[in-house]
Design a protein around this ligand. Structure first.
Ligand code: NAD
Length: 337
């Protein structure tokens, strides 16, 4: 039985990944390390809390001594690193936490893993020959696109927010550990995720929540910002695939080929809500209001996922129209309680 460390497994994507990975990988005992910041919630992983191959540990990846002790105790064979400060708006009002967690925290994990796994550059210790560090990152590191074009793995980094800059910094540290030490690392850069267990502060949960409570549904600027939306479980499947079969030192873009602007998103969500939970009169669309745009708001992100599709055989199982219905049904259950 190998021990895998998953960081940030009480957050949105991590909490979708943890039960999926445990179910699919009977040869792993999974340790979920999470600081339980405002973004983490153990209810997100309640379905595995008593699983024999699951352990939860509360702790901060910024605390180097704590991380070293944890690696000593569990002798992790692999790391899959989700933990991050992830909300762009928070990175504008308070960037420091982003630099600490996303840059220093990633460094702590990488460097501790290197010391446990390797005796010298390019030399893995016995038992750790195939040990892998998988870094979960975002397409936001590439900056913004105009009306056309797609982010490829070769697109130069041009992060525009403190969030994306801190993720870009962490990606570069991971990259350097491959080139300098020959460490077995893989990075995936994914587009916007949606699905169950996302924090209420994010766009789609906000639209659903405000719609149901009868409040104004806030949309930034003119609502024309475009994102490439991927159902969270498709992201989890891509991470598992790249973790197991990706080439060391490579990066893989994961994206849904489902570009939508915010107006299209709010329109679709309101239409589905009108069907699934109709208002006494009128449509939820009447609650849509436009608010002052986010500073530095990137216009468009879109991913070219050809590399992971062709080289690793990944394919999204959901398109936006199927994934969004599942998502809304899940939130209707959550907000009804
Ligand atoms: N949400 C997206 O659309 C998206 C898209 C691409 C990539 N990503 C990346 O995927 C990862 C997960 O994103 P998410 O949306 O699930 O984020 P999230 O904010 O929902 O969850 C992050 C988790 O990390 C934990 N955490 C934060 N700081 C920590 C620290 N110092 N020590 C230990 N744990 C800490 C939080 O408690 C939380 O459980 C992030 O690295 C993010 O950059 C997210």
């Amino acid at each position: 039985m190998k021990n895998v460390l998953v960081t940030g497994g009480a957050g949105f994507i991590g909490a979708n990944f943890v039960p999926y990975f445990i179910e699919n990988n009977p040869d792993y005992h999974l340790v979920n390390l999470d600081a339980l910041t405002y973004a983490g919630n153990l209810e997100n992983v309640s379905e595995v809390e008593n699983h024999e191959r699951y352990t939860f540990v509360k702790g901060d990846i910024v605390d180097g001594d704590f991380i070293r002790n944890l690696f000593d105790k569990y002798q992790f064979h692999d790391v899959i690193h989700f933990a991050a400060e992830s909300h762009v708006d928070n990175s504008i009002s308070g960037p420091e936490a982003f630099i600490k967690t996303n840059v220093l925290g990633t460094f702590n994990l990488l460097d501790t893993a290197r010391k446990l796994w390797m005796s010298a550059p390019n030399q893995y210790k016995p038992g750790f020959e195939n040990a892998r560090f998988h870094h979960v990152s975002t397409d936001e590191v590439y900056g913004t696109l105009g009306e056309t074009g797609l982010f490829e793995e070769t697109t130069p980094y041009a992060p525009n927010s403190p969030y994306s800059a801190s993720k870009a910094g962490s990606d570069m540290i991971v990259r350097s550990y491959f080139h300098t030490y020959g460490m077995n690392v893989v990075t995936t850069n994914c587009s916007n995720n949606y699905g169950p267990k996302q924090h209420n502060e994010k766009l789609i949960p906000t639209i659903i929540r405000k719609a149901l409570t009868g409040e104004n549904i806030p949309i930034y600027g003119d609502g024309k910002n475009v994102r490439d939306w991927l159902y969270v479980l498709d992201h989890c499947k891509g991470i598992e695939l790249a973790f197991k079969t990706g080439v060391a030192g490579e990066t893989y873009n994961i994206g849904g080929r489902n570009e939508r602007n915010n107006l299209q998103i709010v329109d679709r969500v309101c239409s589905i809500l009108d069907q699934l939970k109709p208002k006494a009169s009128g449509s939820y669309k009447e609650q849509i209001t436009f608010v002052k745009d986010r500073p530095g708001h990137d216009l468009r992100y879109a991913i070219d996922a050809t590399k992971i599709e062709n080289e690793l055989g990944w394919k999204a199982d959901e398109n936006f129209d199927t994934g969004i219905v599942k998502t809304i049904e899940w939130y209707l259950g959550k907000f009804a309680n």
